[in-house]
Design a protein around this ligand. Structure first.
Ligand code: M6R
Length: 634
């Protein structure tokens, strides 16, 4: 979603801004812009230069390359449209009525309509349809007042004006502001939207996410809610919402692979699919090593006392992360015997179930910045805290790929899936990492509750340890098969995915992958539901993908698939090879494995199938239209 990158120092910043924004491209956006303060006039009066363009960053970089806007301070933005069409007019930065103040913003200002009306009454004309534009105007008015009251045109005057304006805004946002009369100042603030400060050598940064800082600095400090900072070429002053200076030690970016390259792959998504055996191996090495101390089923960072207290689990997540949660819920209930429910985070917040005692709330988010998931978790914490009853204590666990994210910081217990940065908007290897974490939790709860025999626990662990090799074989085999058949589906308009039991979430995930990158409408159903309505859609133009894995629902899924075939649907199987395979027009074979672990494998052909259809159609696989990697607005 929107990305902010801003810098202040002693060198020219326009190309640095483009560099930083490029590292935020993976978040998804539809226009981009920068503003710098050109301070080269002899009289020291700065001039704001704004350059914006619709579409990809390359358009902006082509626009400015003839004549780079000058300035040692600048703010940059990639916009994912919420209020107003994705065009140049609505792209950020936005200027105030005097043309002296420029602002970029992420998030949504909820009371912008009321504020715009009162600004219009004061004669202020708006040049965009955005909620953002009220901010520079409000700051402009406040600064006019400060100057009239004799305050000098400097960074602290800007800081004070921004502080005041923020008290009038409702919503969640991160902003960066510059003022042509204070070219040595950059003011940034955050309210429930991610923003990190970067400490370089003689230059300072702020960005929506840490990958943007790579190559500039490894020292960073995430802003907390309601915090505001004044950046100058000499350093950073951080203030809390009470106006007091804050002193917190910055952290050091971990990992070297923060900004991955595509290597020889055509797209990041394909590379990330190929990285799954490694993701699985690393997860196993950390959490399920061969040399586990005796009596331990898994090495997750979760205390025994927590596990012992928990009677039920609720999982809050969105999109693919919710599908991982659904696989988890199946395992936790059916294998470990813990009642578990999965919620759309976006629904949970406004329709939570009655408080249940001794409940573990698990937030799942690869980015750790999904606004719906964070808001649901915060709401749950608040209502459990205010119940003031030890039975309703907020027992919490996060599963994320970004421990440095808001989710990672806000939750007490976190499983870091450490899948390595995922650039493709379509989640693949992080889905695997999330599912594996639920397998780990299942082993933990099953052994503590003595729900399963030690042999069953050992069998599941043993099967999990075989996964990396099986994944590697599957990827190799199905990459070429899906490439071969992709052309058959280029004109397809609708696809139905069927699965049952533990593979029902995989049917949903297969459909989501296909929709998001190939723009083909797809729907996942529990196979038994087909005859209750969706079957009316079937004919020779609507292919059906059926996940049929030997186990308790195998025969049932095969019968449901036959029903589809009888309606002339082209049948694509994700199944083991056997006499039954004949019914499938196309078959992605998977090895004969225990049904428990089958989702770790059945998802792979579906990822490749979607990928090759989208690639064959020549679509932007890594950054599909309208989508964002981190969905930071509700
Ligand atoms: O970062 P999160 O895991 O919280 O993201 C949740 C969804 O937005 C995400 O899974 C989305 O559905 C992906 N694009 C799926 O590929």
């Amino acid at each position: 979603m929107c990305g902010i990158f801003a810098v202040i120092g002693s060198r020219e910043v326009s190309s640095l801004l483009i560099d930083g924004l490029r590292k935020l491209e993976y978040r998804g956006y539809d226009s981009a812009g920068i503003a710098t303060i050109d301070n080269s006039n002899k009289d020291n009066s700065g001039q704001i230069n704004v350059k914006k363009s619709k579409g990809k960053l390359i358009n902006l970089s082509n626009l400015i390359k003839q004549k780079l806007p000058k300035g040692h301070v600048g703010i940059g933005h990639t916009r994912w449209a919420t209020h107003g069409k994705p065009n140049e007019r609505n792209a950020h930065p936005h200027l105030d009525f005097s043309g002296q103040i420029a602002v970029v913003q992420n998030g949504i200002i909820e009371n912008y309509r009321d504020i715009s009306k009162s600004l219009a009454i004061k004669g202020i004309k708006f040049t965009s349809e955005t909620d953002t534009e009220i901010i520079p105007h409000l700051i402009g008015l406040e600064i006019e007042q400060s100057l009239a009251n004799g305050f000098p045109p400097n960074g602290h005057t800007l800081l004070k004006a921004v502080q005041k304006v923020l008290t009038w805004l409702e919503g969640t946002y991160a902003i960066a502001v510059i003022w042509s009369k204070a070219p040595n100042a950059l003011v940034v603030a955050s309210e429930q939207a991610p923003l990190v400060l970067g400490f370089g050598e003689g230059e300072f940064f702020c960005a929506s996410d840490t990958p943007a800082l790579v190559g500039f600095t490894r020292t960073f400090l995430p802003l907390r809610d309601h915090e505001i900072a004044l950046l100058t070429p000499l350093g950073i002053e951080l203030y809390g919402d009470d106006g007091n200076r804050q002193h917190r030690a910055p952290s050091l970016l971990q990992g070297t692979e923060f900004f991955a390259d595509k290597k020889d792959f055509r797209h990041f998504m394909l590379k990330e699919i190929y990285e799954q055996p490694e993701t699985a191996q690393q997860w196993l090495d950390r959490f399920l090593p061969m040399d586990l101390p005796s009596g331990n089923s898994v090495a997750l960072p979760i205390s025994t006392s927590l596990v012992e207290r928990i009677e039920q689990i609720q999982i809050l997540a969105c999109g693919t992360s919710r599908h991982a949660g659904m696989v988890g819920a199946y395992l936790l209930e059916q294998f470990a015997g813990v009642p578990t429910k999965v919620y759309f985070a976006s629904e949970f917040r406004y329709a939570p179930p009655p408080l249940s005692p001794n409940t573990l709330t698990i937030g799942v988010s690869q980015s750790g910045e999904t606004a719906d998931t964070l808001a649901a978790l915060r709401m749950e914490k608040e209502r459990r805290d205010s119940a003031d009853d030890p039975n309703f204590y907020f027992h919490q666990l996060g599963i994320t790929n970004r421990v440095d994210s808001s989710l990672g910081r806000e939750l007490e217990n976190v499983i870091d899936i450490e899948s390595g940065i995922e650039i493709g908007v379509a989640a693949t290897k992080t889905f695997l990492g999330q599912m594996l974490s639920f397998y780990g939790l299942t082993l933990l709860f099953a052994s503590h509750r003595q729900k399963r025999s030690s042999q069953e626990i050992l069998d599941l662990s043993h099967d999990l340890r075989l996964i990396p090799k099986q994944l590697a074989d599957l990827i190799k085999k199905h990459d070429s098969l899906s490439q071969e058949i992709a052309h058959l589906f280029v004109d397809t308009k609708d696809v139905i995915f069927l699965g049952r039991g533990i593979n029902y979430p995989i049917a949903l995930e297969g459909a989501l992958k296909l929709k998001e990158i190939s723009y083909i409408h797809a729907q996942g159903y529990p196979a038994g539901e087909l005859k209750h309505g969706p079957i009316a859609l079937l004919d020779q133009h609507v292919p059906v993908v059926s996940i049929a894995v030997p186990g308790i629902v195998y025969e049932k899924v095969l019968s449901n698939s036959q029903e589809a075939k009888a309606r002339d649907a082209r049948l694509i199987g994700v199944s083991t090879y056997g006499p039954e395979s004949e019914m499938f027009d196309e078959l992605f074979t998977i090895p004969k494995v225990s049904e428990w672990i089958s989702p770790l494998l059945t998802v792979v052909p579906l990822q490749l199938f979607s990928y090759h259809i989208a690639a064959h159609k020549g679509l932007d696989v890594d950054q599909p239209r309208n989508l964002a990697k981190s969905v930071t607005v509700e």
